[in-house]
Design a protein around this ligand. Sequence first.
Ligand code: FA5
Length: 340
Amino acid sequence: MENRLKELRQSALKRVEAAASEEDLRAVTREFIGKQGAVSELLALIPNLPPAERGAMGKGANLLKRSIGDAISERKLALEALALDAQRAGGDFDPSLPGAPQMRGSLHPLTLVRREVEGIFSSMGYSILDGPEVELDYYNFQALNIPEHHPAREMQDTFYCDSGGKLVMRTQTSPVQIRAMESLSPPFRVIAPGRVFRNEEADATHEHTFHQVEGLVVGRDITVGHLTGVLKGFLRQLFQRDLDVRLRPGYFPFVEPGFELDIRCPFCEEGCRVCKKTCWVEFCGCGLVHPTVLEAGGIDPEAWTGFAFGFGLDRLVMLRHGIDDIRHFMGGDLRFLEQF
Ligand code: FA5
C-alpha cells in the first residue's frame, strides 16, 4: 500500500507538471482526486487492512490528496500567467483601451447642501462645531431651560437610551449651544450641523432621523436685527438673491423672545404647491438667547447677550431641489441619489 501511495504521488505530479491547459488539469483532478479517482479507490481499500495499519494509511492518502490538489492550483495560476504573457507578447493586448467601467459614488444631497451651508457661515466668520448624538438629558433639555416634567418636553418625542432617563438621542442640535458656551469665551459665533432623532412616525415631511443646523452668536448688545440680518445674508448667498423674511412669535424655552422665521416662497409670486398657496415657507426657529441659558453655559447674562437659530437641513434640501418626500434621503434608492 505504501508503495502504491508513492507511485500515485509521482505519476500525479508528473501529469500536473505536463498539463498544458485547464482541460488537462481537470482530467488530472478527475483521475486522481475525483470521487472515482485513484486516491479515492485507495481510501476505499483501507477497511480491509489490519487495524494497526489503517490510521497511517488513511493519513497518508489524505495528505496525498491535499498535495495533488495544491499542485493543481499552483499549475493553474502558472498557466494563467503564461497565457497573459503570450497575449501581451502577441500584440493583441492594447494597454490604451479603457478599463472596465467602475461604478462611481457621489455625495449625498444632504452632504452637498451641508457643505454649502458651512461654506457660507465660515465666510461670515463662524466656526463649525460638532456635538454628541447620544446626549445627556442635561444638555438636551435641562440646561436649555426645559426642566424635568416641563410641558415643552412634549414638543419633541424623545428616544431614551437608559431606564433612568439620563441619556437621550438628541432631539435637536441646541445642546451644542451649551457645550459651545462651556468651551468658548465670548464673543463667538458658531454653527453646529448634525443628526437629530425624534420618536415620530415618518411621513412625507417628517422622519425619525433628520438633520438640523444650529446657530449661536454671543456678543455685546445683540438684537433681533442682528439675527434677521445674519439669516437674510445667509439666505441671499444660498438662493443667490434677496428673499423677504418674516418673524412670527414662536415658543422655545431657550430663547426670549422666540420666533419662527418664514421666507417668501422662492418659487412663486402667487402661491404654489411648495408654499401650499401661502407664499411663505417656514424656515427656522430662532430668538435671543434666554438669560437662564447663558447662565447655564457659564456666561454672565448681565454682560453678554446672544441670538440662536435652528433649521432643518432636510427640509432646506427639499426646498432647494423640489423634493416632495423626505423619506427619499434615507431610502437608499440609487435612482434618486444618482441625480445629485
Ligand atoms: C427646534 O428643534 C429648536 N431647537 C430650534 C431652535 C434653535 C429654536 C435655536 C430657537 C433657537 P423645531 O422642533 O421646530 O425646533 O425644529 C426645527 C426644524 O427641524 C423645523 O423647522 C423642521 O425644519 C425640522 N424638523 C422638525 N421635526 C422634523 C422631522 N420630524 N423631520 C424632519 N424635519 C424636522
